[in-house]
Design a binder for this molecule. Structure first.
Ligand code: 6PG
Length: 638
């Protein structure tokens, strides 16, 4: 803090110069002066008579103040509250001693200030003069501007932050779409923030600076394209969110940051990183005394801005310190609790996000299959299908993906429904596939998730599909049964498939928790997924409440779910059979049904697999008439 600085708090009468100036002076431990106290008696008389001052009245007063500023600079410094409405008045104030003056403009609109003035009856300034003040005011182009439509304490924090007298509470690296929206979300929670974006000529130029300029002046944000200044602008121990593309960019940022960090600083990787990479990065950083929270963030662009679902994993101590920021910016559940909770150690946060995306892939494909059947088997218009989905939403099956699918089906371009002209070739960034790979490594089923990934892969073979379609000329029949009955069955099949898809996801989580010793809380994970994320739904609310006292129970074995599945599984079978019989593929619905039929069969076909393995590879088998500890081999040819 520079004790010799003179801070000039300026703005129209009623903007709060005296109040803010006094608190600022107290905070900085320097004297406060009110410029009004330096007016001549004639000026004061004029003003109290409601006569505006002219420049002739003002000049000697400003000269006097300019001299005082010089004196204060040589003493302890000071805070001066002064209207200084015109640039030429400000020039006069700094005419004798220009060094170390910091200008703080209190910015507010006419209505706000006139209502404040009404409340200040004792002040000699009459409200009628406000209009002339606003006419006179020339907004400054230098110094800092503060929006006064906030509390005194917040204004002071912002002034200190903007003058670099107080460091940012949080840092954020990477102002892509997600990073920018998260930064706005953070600022809306009154958390002071430093943002950094790399500088690439012709591509990413002054991104951080532009971001800062685009924000209203009631937020505390500093922008950098220099990593070292960025790091030193953040209060220690530092918390820094990394919002860059997953993969190499994360490692590059960590490498560049590491020499600038201190022990106990905490990095939060908010991208879709692979959980194994997260565990490696955490280990490496912990060796340097730096914490790392691998954090899944779901909710897309809008979620990032308005409140995403947040899944942080890493050392608990790190979460205890940095988690408050994440909890503040996350969505809220139905009880107004944050949809952010500590998930567990190592890469568990990113693991949970990966499984979230696996479930997401399953749900998306499920809805795509149902839409496809209604569109081509039932020959319905997108609008009619949208109405059906809307009715399911109000029938206890609401969810974000169902909602957006209903919306998508309404969208027209001219006379045409947009969905009809979108190329049927699905993209993906890979996280759904990661769930399948991990399920394979853990020896767990991932039927619906894997089929959803495979459906996207197969959709990518667009030209081959065209050739095959021509070669085979298979017929896709249209509906012959009662349409209303079919739609009722479809709703049941939808719900049953969704339950199975969620079961697969949660079972994978439970198994990983045991395997990696993460102690995951299923109810809490489901609660974090009840709002903000892509798979939020009525079903998720139910799942969260079911898991409260039964963390390790498989979803399909809860009595309530058994009742639901008993009521819906016939419809699931009928829909799958009808669709396939009539030439429509249903990768996720049929995968769910197959999973369900196998899962509920005491006797599977795996005895034959064991016999085959033993036949050609002498792999041995267990017998139902002997202890399961014993293995047998048969010489099958003799
Ligand atoms: C989320 C999403 C998000 C995902 C994109 C794209 O939870 O907000 O899961 O993280 O990356 O939706 O995913 P794909 O490109 O793989 O479909």
């Amino acid at each position: 803090m520079n004790s010799k600085t003179v801070y000039i708090v300026f703005g129209v009468s009623g903007s709060g110069k005296t109040t803010i100036g006094k608190v600022l002076a107290k905070t900085l431990d320097i004297p406060f002066y009110d410029a009004d106290d330096f007016h001549s008696a004639t000026n004061i008389k004029k003003m109290s008579d409601g006569i505006p001052l002219n420049d002739e009245d003002r000049n000697p007063w400003l000269q006097k103040l300019a001299n005082k500023i010089k004196d204060w600079h040589h003493e302890k410094g000071a805070v001066l509250a002064c209207s200084a409405l015109k640039q030429k008045y400000r020039e006069m104030l700094k005419s004798i001693h220009n060094e170390s003056i910091k200008w703080i403009f209190l910015d507010g609109n006419y209505d706000l200030i006139s209502s404040r003035l009404k409340a200040r009856r004792k002040h000699f300034f009459k409200k009628e003069l406000l209009t002339s003040q606003f006419e006179t005011l020339e907004k400054p182009s230098t110094g800092i501007s503060i929006n006064i439509d906030q509390g005194t304490e917040e204004i002071i924090v912002e002034i200190l932050h903007k003058l670099n007298l107080k460091k940012s509470q949080l840092g954020l690296i990477g102002l892509g779409v997600m990073g920018k929206n998260l930064a706005k979300n953070i600022l809306s929670k009154k958390i002071s923030l430093s943002v950094y974006n790399r500088q690439i000529e012709g591509k990413e130029v002054d991104v951080a600076k532009h971001f800062v300029n685009e924000q209203s002046n009631d937020v505390s944000v500093l922008g950098f394209d220099d990593l070292s200044s960025f790091v030193s602008s953040i209060a220690q121990p530092r918390t820094i969110m990394i919002m860059v593309n997953s993969g190499k960019p994360v490692d590059m940022i960590i490498e560049a940051l590491l020499p600038l960090l201190s022990k106990e600083d905490c990095l939060i990787d908010g991208g879709n990183s692979h959980y194994k990479k997260t565990s490696e990065r955490e280990k490496k950083l912990l060796k340097h005394g730096v914490y790392f929270l691998g954090t899944g963030i779901s909710g897309g662009e809008e979620g990032a801005l308005k409140g995403p679902s947040i899944m942080p994993g890493g050392v608990k101590k790190a979460y205890d310190r940095a988690g408050k920021f994440l909890e503040a910016i996350a969505a809220k559940d139905k009880n107004n609790n944050s949809c952010c909770a500590y998930i567990g150690p190592e890469g568990s946060g990113h693991y949970v996000k990966m499984v979230h995306n696996g479930i997401e892939y399953g749900e998306m494909q499920l809805l795509a299959e149902i839409y496809h059947l209604l569109r081509f088997y039932c020959n319905m218009t997108p609008e009619q299908i949208s109405e059906i989905f809307e009715s399911w939403r109000s029938n206890g099956k609401d969810g974000f993906l169902l909602e957006i699918t209903a919306d998508i089906l309404q969208k027209k371009e001219g006379e045409q429904f947009l969905i009809d002209i979108i190329l049927d070739k699905a993209g993906q960034k890979g996280t759904g596939g990661w769930s399948t790979i991990d399920a394979l490594e853990l020896g767990m089923p991932a039927n619906t998730i894997s089929e959803a990934v495979m459906a996207r892969n197969l959709s990518g073979m667009k030209s081959q599909r065209g050739i095959a379609s021509n070669a085979y000329q298979l017929k896709q029949a249209s509906i012959t049964e009662n349409e209303a009955d079919f739609i009722i069955s479809l709703e049941k099949a939808f719900y049953a498939t969704s339950i199975i898809n969620h079961t697969i996801g949660f079972d994978l989580l439970a198994h990983a928790s045991q395997e990696y010793d993460w102690n995951l809380d299923m109810s809490e994970i489901a609660r974090v997924w009840t709002n903000g994320c892509i798979i939020r739904s009525d079903l998720m609310e139910k799942i969260s409440s079911l898991f409260v006292n039964a963390n390790t129970t498989s979803l399909l074995l809860f009595p309530e779910i058994i009742t639901t599945m008993k009521a819906n599984n016939i419809a699931l079978k009928n829909i799958a059979a009808t669709a396939i019989k009539n030439g429509y593929s249903l990768p996720v619905i049929s995968a769910a049904l197959n999973y369900f039929l196998t899962y509920t069969s005491a006797q599977s076909s795996a005895n034959m697999i064991q016999a085959q393995r033993d036949y050609f590879g002498a792999h041995a088998y267990q017998r139902i008439d002997k202890s399961t500890d014993e293995y047998f081999h048969t010489n099958w040819k003799s």
